[in-house]
Design a protein around this ligand. Structure first.
Ligand code: FE2
Length: 587
């Protein structure tokens, strides 16, 4: 019988997701938010995502060997709960809770997962639910998906799981070994989140905006080193300022924040509105610098020996989405290759828990080569969605789609128009990588502004990113390092800064996807066609959604979004939808 492991995340009240391994093959994975159309799907369980995974694989609940969950009970014999109680001495009720009923959250979550499984038709008496510690799940998603054969250093940075916030370990011969963990409130990810809140964004959502704002500021203007220190192998966050609970929280309109009134006394009022101005841009720069400095020191301290030995590092947890840190990690002379699991946030822990259990039961999981793991739709599905859509779309089916769709769309792009691009299986993880994307020609002056006018309304300091051919990557990014998932930024070669200005960040870097044809031939061929027309095998790529909404999943979602925007062109599989009044593209 096949070893079938279903991973389900959602323990931390955000980003529920499901991932399915059958005999080590990652058959399907998706976030719940995409189906229920609610970003981060807070306080939900991964019902729709799990249903999709089972249906896609054509299996029934009874075929599942085990359900893996990325959250586990933490023993009182371990230091985690004691550390928490000691460090939160100023909130004795919480500290006491951690000692006396420290696994309450786990039990509550398990009950909800059981309820979700029952709704899906699982017989709980016959279903094994296997808890995997949260950071072990992150670590597994990094190490087991990396495909690295050598001894591999493993790093996990997030806000917090059960109690752990940071994980150092290594993987060898398919097994993960823990070296060290830090515990709440000593959380570098949590500190970044607290500053994210202070800068007016939502924690667990706006961190990448802080990172995007940082290059506009001067990190030398404000010294943030008082907020956290790494000394003698321990991270200590100053909880007079951040990662605070209870009465130490700053409050505004009845909402409590993870920074303190003392923090506001030091740096001034919390940022409001959509502006990126002084002094806040400098704060973003200082936070980013502190994050990078401390993370690099910690890597050196705990993982330096392994890196000097093999040069392999696997990294996951929300902190692994910090592409600027990743750029600095890759630049270390002792790092030969960095693998960042593309769904590094908590949605990826479904994958992590499932891969961990598969490995523990003797079936090694395959290397994660791509993220096209969600639902796909046929031309007939697309046409049916058009037929019943109230906007009565005008559409055309393009013959010989494999060659003609790339050729037609490249022409529309080269003429300076953005195009909504819906092809194949939906991406797993936060980045659109050519399955559900809005595309633009990166040499067409003003195309980023046009995308912002027509749909995205992004903050002006946030750059757009490029996808590129594997033949272009090494020239434009000046490195052979793999970059399949847009999890790294690289310094752009001078010549390319002027060739594709619309996808180069303020600081001269790009967060790039370098695509091999095998993993998405139609997207690759589109860039080939664009290269013929413009000389650049590069396309501007941003996710297919409106601001504040999750990425598009189905053709109906795409049509709703399209008609709720000023975009003119939408291509779904072989079907091209063009709005009345759009300049007709030349066929
Ligand atoms: Fe996490």
């Amino acid at each position: 019988m096949a070893l079938t492991i279903l991973g389900l995340s959602g323990a931390l009240t955000h980003d529920p997701s499901a991932a399915l391994y059958i005999d080590g093959e990652l058959v399907a994975a998706a976030e719940e938010e995409r189906f229920v159309r609610d970003k981060h799907a807070k306080n939900r369980m991964p019902y729709e995502a799990a249903k999709f995974c089972l249906e896609f694989a054509g299996i029934k609940p009874g075929d599942v060997t085990a359900v893996a969950i990325p959250f586990a009970p933490i023993s009182i014999m371990e230091p985690a709960r004691w550390h928490y109680a000691k460090r939160y001495w100023y909130a004795p009720d919480r500290g006491l809770d951690a000692i006396l009923t420290g696994n309450r959250r786990f039990h509550r979550y398990k009950r909800r997962i059981e309820w979700c499984l029952q709704q899906l038709g699982f017989d709980l008496k016959k279903t094994q639910i296997v808890p995997v510690e949260h950071h072990l799940a992150h670590a597994s998603s990094a190490y087991h998906c990396s495909g690295f054969k050598e001894k591999t250093a493993i790093l996990g940075i997030d806000g917090k799981g059960e109690y752990a916030t940071t994980f150092f370990g290594y993987g060898e011969n398919g097994r993960i070994h823990k070296i060290k963990e830090f515990y709440d409130p000593d959380s570098l990810g949590g500190l970044y989140g607290a500053i994210t809140e202070y800068l007016g964004f939502e924690m667990l959502d706006g961190e990448y905006k802080v990172m995007g704002m940082a290059p506009y500021g001067d990190p030398g203007k404000y010294d943030f080193s008082r907020l956290a220190k790494f000394e003698n192998g321990e991270l200590v966050v100053d909880t007079e300022y951040a990662n605070v609970i209870g009465f130490r929280r700053y409050k505004e309109d009845g909402k409590g924040y993870y920074f303190s009134p003392k923090f506001v006394d030091w740096l001034g009022p919390k940022r409001a509105g959509d502006i990126a101005d002084e002094p806040y841009i400098h704060y973003a720069a200082s936070m980013q610098k502190l994050f990078e400095d401390l993370a690099l020191q910690m890597i050196d301290y705990y993982l330096g020996d392994i890196l000097r030995e093999t040069g392999r590092l696997a990294f996951a947890g929300g902190g692994a989405l910090n592409v600027k840190l990743n750029q600095k990690i890759i630049a270390r002379p002792d790092v030969r290759e960095l693998f960042v699991q593309p769904a590094s946030g908590d949605s990826g822990t479904a994958l992590g828990a499932a891969s961990y259990v598969s490995n523990a039961r003797g079936v090694a999981v395959e290397k994660m080569e791509h993220v096209y793991l969600g639902p796909r739709y046929t031309n007939e599905d697309v046409i049916a969605a058009c037929a019943k859509h109230p906007a009565q779309p005008t559409w055309e089916r393009i013959d010989n789609g494999d060659t003609e769709v790339p050729a037609r769309i490249a022409k529309i792009l080269a003429d300076g128009h953005p195009v909504a691009w819906f092809q194949g299986r939906m991406e797993f993880g936060p980045r659109a990588l050519g399955g559900r994307s809005i595309l633009g020609c990166p040499s067409a002056a003003g195309v980023a502004d046009r995308i912002n006018e027509q749909i995205k309304f992004r903050e002006r300091w946030r750059p757009f990113c490029p996808s590129m051919l594997d033949t272009v990557g090494p020239q434009m990014l000046q490195t052979e390092h793999p970059a399949p998932f847009m999890t790294f930024t690289f310094e752009v070669a001078d010549e390319w800064k002027s060739r594709v200005p619309e996808v180069v960040h303020e600081d001269g870097t790009s967060r790039a996807q370098v695509l091999k044809r095998d993993y998405n031939p139609r997207y690759y061929d589109l860039m080939k066609e664009l290269e013929k027309l413009t000389g650049n095998g590069v396309v501007l790529n941003t996710s297919l959604n409106r601001r504040g909404e999750p990425m598009i999943c189905s053709p109906t979602d795409a049509l709703n979004m399209f008609y709720g925007s000023d975009l003119q062109y939408l291509v779904m599989e072989d079907v091209l939808v063009v709005k009345a009044g759009a300049e007709e593209a030349v066929g």
